[in-house]
Design a protein around this ligand. Structure first.
Ligand code: NAD
Length: 446
């Protein structure tokens, strides 16, 4: 059992803290937002994540505690994870939160007898742990890294919507440290994860592994979308069939021991859609491009990934244009607001530019999302976007229905349109509906 503090109790910090507590560790989750801390102490997750509530109910007040007091939490733990946000400021990664929390940790280390490991879990551009975090810690604590405390880097690969399962069953564990003691503390902490490949490396490489992984996923999505758009432009080619053909290669669908075929999950990033969003892929790719260019290294491929993705939500508008010469006063329903299913996270969701473009064209909008409605309300007023309680309510009376998020329950959409609103056009922004089920169907890459 280890004593752990986690600085920054957002998605990553809270999931990390709750999962480590469920393994028996003593965990202090720290945040500057007192409202968030009160919610967590009442076992109410401040955001929707599968399984998180029950994990909090089992651990909170027993060996998981939420607090705003970072100083005490450092003194009361042997390892601190930094899990604050690292947004993109429009030009490059914004390290303001990382710097601020490093100052606070450094000041606490000054008062702390004994060794302490500070491990960056936030996604930060290569060099940040060594060249930003470590010098601040040394300056504010008056102590020496490698002797009095250590700096490590342990990137997080969890996917929102399945964050707890991902944390508990990781595909890999990347441990970055520049000296033995911190590496040993990290190795002990992760020793419970038997059979998982562990990559032990320096902090800069650990930082780069995270970016290289995210950039690859983004690259595949934009590649699939570029091919899909070409299929649409050429005509009589369906991108879904094209990708079925691509997925069937042994590279993506290898043979198992008994001769059957399995499809690698990465194939799901090779499907036509209205673009990627979320709190990670767009900002991480942009931050990596900016970091590369700052160091004199042009990044043409990743620039193209972002540009394709910026244009992709407009495919949905183009497809609506095939049925409506003008969208003025046309009643459009948006199905799905979150950037992906099983989360209420709307950060950089393609739903946002789609709604904005429809509003600019004078469409009358309503929307349905199983969990993200409250997030949409922060972005759009009720006279811009009316939120529906049910899928049925969303479909009834619409001239056009635009499917943006691949929520499982949307598989009933063809049945509901046929029963309640057979004249409506469905624009499938995720190609999740069988095109043969509806006469008025449009899909990306069709
Ligand atoms: P978030 O914005 O949800 O949470 C960050 C939290 O840090 C907030 O609650 C904020 O109040 C708190 N904070 C800011 N300054 C603080 C300080 N000085 N002391 C204590 N708390 C402070 O961010 P997130 O989505 O959890 O992401 C955190 C990091 O993890 C980012 O670098 C992100 O790129 C990375 N990451 C995120 C995901 C994901 O799916 N969300 C996955 C992998 C990696």
């Amino acid at each position: 059992m280890m004593r752990i503090s986690v600085a920054g109790t957002g998605y990553v910090g809270l999931v990390t803290g709750a999962c480590l507590a469920s393994q028996g560790h003593h965990v202090l989750c720290v945040d500057t937002d007192p409202k968030k801390i009160d919610e967590i102490n009442a076992a109410r997750p401040p955001f929707y994540e599968t399984g998180l509530k029950s994990l909090l109910e089992k651990t909170i007040g027993k060996n998981l505690f939420a607090t705003t007091n970072l100083h005490e939490s450092i003194l009361d733990s042997e390892i601190t994870f930094i899990t604050v946000g690292t947004p993109f400021d429009g030009k490059e990664i914004d390290l303001a939160y990382v710097k601020e929390v490093s100052v606070q940790i450094g000041l606490a280390l000054k008062d702390k007898p004994g060794y302490h490991a500070v491990v960056v879990k936030s996604t930060v551009v290569p060099g940040t742990s060594d060249e930003v975090v470590l010098p601040i810690l040394e300056e504010k604590s008056g102590k020496t890294a490698g002797r009095d405390f250590g700096v490590g880097m342990n990137p997080e690969f969890l996917t929102e919507g399945q964050a707890i399962a991902d944390f508990m069953n990781p595909d890999r564990i990347v441990l970055g440290a520049n000296e033995e003691k911190t590496m040993e503390i990290l190795s002990n902490l992760y020793s419970a994860f038997e059979g998982v490949p562990i990559i032990r490396t320096n902090c800069r490489t650990a930082e780069m592994i995270k970016y290289a992984s995210n950039a690859l996923l983004a690259l595949q999505i934009s590649y699939a979308n570029e091919i899909a758009n070409l299929c649409s432009a050429l005509g009589s080619i369906d991108a879904v069939d094209v990708m079925k053909g691509v997925h069937s290669s042994y590279y993506l669908s290898p043979k198992t021991g008994d001769g059957s075929r399995i499809t690698a999950p990465i194939a799901s990033f090779l499907e036509a859609g209205c673009g990627f969003g979320g709190s990670c892929l767009p900002k991480d790719v942009k931050a990596l491009i900016a970091h590369g260019e700052k160091h004199g290294n042009a990044m043409p491929l990743l620039n193209a990934v972002i540009e394709t993705n910026r244009r992709q939500p407009m495919e949905v508008i183009r497809l609506l244009g095939k049925h409506f010469s003008s969208l003025m006063n046309v009643r459009i329903t948006i199905l799905g607001l979150s950037f992906k299913p099983d989360t209420d996270d709307m950060r950089e969701s393609p739903a946002i530019p789609i709604i904005q473009a429809l509003l600019e064209r004078g469409a009358i909008l309503k929307a349905y999302d199983p969990v993200a409605g409250h997030e949409a309300r922060k972005l759009f007023q009720s006279d811009q976007l009316s939120l529906c309680e049910t899928l049925e309510e969303a479909i009834v009376g619409a001239d056009g229905v635009v499917l943006v998020t691949r929520w499982g329950q949307f598989r009933y959409v063809p049945e509901l349109i046929t029963k309640m609103n057979p004249c409506a056009v469905l624009v499938d922004g995720r190609r999740m509906i069988d095109k043969r089920l509806l006469s008025r169907y449009e899909g990306i890459g069709l």
